[in-house]
Design a protein around this ligand. Structure first.
Ligand code: HEM
Length: 417
């Protein structure tokens, strides 16, 4: 059994179709050729590593498997197995831990309905000015230096502040959120002590915030959810349900969007032709954002089989984990012309970076808004830049892939007056 939590060197992979490892450094750095090989040789690969899982790499298979509800359950959607001393939870506790992403119907249905109004295009447009001002003020902080870490000083700073603002909690918590999310989904993924400490701290913080609002309602999303009229006969809105949803919004809204902004800057900072094209044609940005999302799709999720399932020639047994490899689906040649090429003005681009099926990302409007604003402001203020130190470049991967250290340089400018 190779299941272990370690930060030491993992055993190198020699066969990606029977022994893959999504935490392998080569997979984290550039998974595209690996998916190509897996798709050609064995489109639903298997590994015994990390307690075992199946890894589909074809668009149609991933879409079909994402539809298999409730056979493939979302109650354990992390790609890594739980820490060995993770406390026992009832099925209900598992489902509300970060609903709706951890829930199957019927709990999924009503918890998703609780948040959808907060993420409609009209509602998220309210955050445009806030995000724009934030982007400018971050750039004011480093533009005179002629260099910065575009992952740490910019991409990573935007989503946690937008989420704190949206939930109605102290924006000064943003840096703490980043630390917790990193320990939960990033560097802490293989370190169970870090993961447990971050989980307890985040849930503890949100517990205090939610319980405060039971007594003293405020004008914010947490209060709105707590005091929502039940709209569905199954809905049982309790403080614990709201804590679980807030937990998800912090986890799902931060790492994902920061990774996508960072990957877009990585691309532009290493591909001068695409940077020049966007400068010349700023109206192309929303189309380019879709290609950034497709090409650098950051999120892989997992399901757990509650019954035996036969699909695509493989026998998935009850208890097996199945990865929802949305990033690999986004590179399937059956669905995308020249999938491994970045085409900045790609017209037909029905990607699944935001997932597929009932769990499709509820925050996609907000994610798109943050990406468009963050990139537009950057290009207005820093139209010439390049990734300056590729050796120090660091990617995170596994559940969410994106740059974590990325030095860039540019002609120094001035802060706004
Ligand atoms: C570029 C940024 C983002 C990407 C690529 C992304 C991707 C995804 C994916 C692939 C799923 C499907 C999960 C599954 O099938 O198990 C998902 C679900 C979800 N995302 Fe996002 N996400 C992003 C940003 C956000 C933001 C900003 C929010 C809100 C703050 C958000 C909230 C959610 C929620 C609530 C779900 C669960 C929906 C459900 O279970 O019904 N996401 N996201």
């Amino acid at each position: 059994m190779r299941y272990r939590f370690h930060m030491s060197e993992p055993t190198p992979v020699t066969d990606w179709t029977t022994d893959y490892d999504i935490s392998d450094p080569s997979y984290i750095e550039d998974p595209v050729p690996i998916w190509r090989e897996m798709r050609q040789k064995c489109p639903i690969a298997h590994t015994e590593r990390l307690k075992g899982s199946w890894n589909p790499t074809r668009f149609d298979d991933i879409r079909a498997l994402a539809k298999m509800v409730p056979e493939l359950s979302s109650r354990a959607p992390l790609v890594m197995p739980p820490a060995p001393d993770f406390p026992e939870q009832t099925l209900y506790e598992q489902q509300i831990a970060a609903a709706p992403i951890t829930a199957d119907p019927p709990i999924h249905t009503w918890t998703r309905r609780m948040i959808l109004p907060a993420f409609s295009p009209k509602t998220v447009n309210r955050y445009t000015d806030y995000t724009e001002e934030l982007a400018h003020s971050l750039i004011d902080g480093f533009i005179v230096d002629g260099e910065c870490d575009a992952a740490v000083d910019y991409s990573q700073q935007i989503p946690p502040r937008v989420i704190a603002h949206l939930l109605g909690v102290d924006p000064a918590m943003a840096d703490t959120f980043v630390g917790w999310v990193n320990d939960l989904l990033g560097e802490g993924l293989l370190d169970h002590e870090k993961r447990m400490a971050a989980r307890d701290a985040l849930l503890g913080f949100l517990g205090v915030e939610v319980h405060e609002r039971v007594e003293n309602p405020k004008d914010d999303l947490l209060t709105e959810m707590l005091h929502m009229e039940p709209f569905d006969e199954n809905a049982e809105i309790t403080p614990e349900v709201v804590i679980g949803i807030a937990n998800l919004l912090v986890i799902a809204g931060i790492d994902t969007t920061w990774s996508s902004i960072g990957s877009a800057l990585w691309h532009l900072g290493t591909n001068p032709d695409d940077l020049a094209r966007l400068k010349a044609e700023p109206d192309l940005l929303p189309t380019a954002v879709e290609e950034f999302l497709r090409y650098y799709a950051p999120v892989t999720m997992a399901r757990i089989a509650d019954v035996d399932v036969e699909y695509g020639g493989v026998k998935i047994q009850q208890g097996d984990k199945v990865l929802m490899n949305f990033p690999a689906a986004c590179h399937d040649p059956e669905h995308f012309e020249d999938p491994d090429e970045f085409i900045i003005d790609r017209q037909r681009n029905r990607h699944v970076a935001f997932g597929s099926g009932i769990h499709r990302c509820a925050g996609s409007n907000l994610a798109r808004l943050e990406m468009n604003v963050a990139l537009r402001v950057w290009l207005e203020r820093i139209p010439e830049f390049r990734v300056s130190d590729r050796d120090s470049m660091k990617w995170a991967g596994g559940q969410v892939r994106g740059p974590r250290i990325m030095r860039v340089s540019f002609p120094a400018g001035s802060p706004r007056q």
